[in-house]
Ligand binder design. Sequence first.
Ligand SMILES: [Fe+2]
Length: 243
Amino acid sequence: MTERLPGTGAPAPTAAPATTCRSDEVVMIHRLFRRLFAEAPGLVRAVSPGDTDRARYLAKHLHGITALLHVHHRTEDDFFWDRMTERAPACGLHVELMRRQHGAVSDRLDLVDALVDRWSRAADAATAARLAIELDEVDRLLVEHLADEEREAFPVLDRILSDAEWDDIHRHARRHKPPLPIFVLLGLMIESVPEGERDQWVATQLPAPIRTAYRVVGRPQYERAVRRLRPTRATGAGAPATA
Ligand SMILES: [Fe+2]
């Protein structure tokens, strides 16, 4: 990343921690966001005008995913950019880009939330069309931002953040009450892992008690939620039998 920017002449960061691959954990979360926001406009467009039951149900889901993305970006804002500026000063342009992209996504999410509220009251076709267009725009901004972040920021963060700092970031993120039911969120997360890597991801990333709880209680909850969210699609893209 740093090769692509003009140098500032600043000294190399001191006491740099050993390079980690901890940003891979955030890439997993990005995959979840890509899937959730890619399907959102189609979910809205599929609702028949006047179907307020469906609109109210989807409103809850849409508010859940916008809240989830706000929390994710706020966590990155709190823990990444000041440290990147301080420890890798040559990356200043990329930090600026990340802050600007987060701001643009946040503004669009606010518009989406307002339209979701309006749409859920009457499920009218005009508001549905506007909402779907705004969701398309969030998806477009997000696809661009996540790719830029993974390419331009994560290799640097892997170099400048210690394992203890990554642990602290994850602890902080877990303190927020998830805006979607936890097992539904976990199921959606598992389904966003490429199929060939899914069993291994579950085995290595989820503690045994969570795996057991998910198998017994969580997976049925997730499957019910997905059948309702995507009534025209087969479920089961998600969790492996061993989960
Ligand atoms: Fe980000």
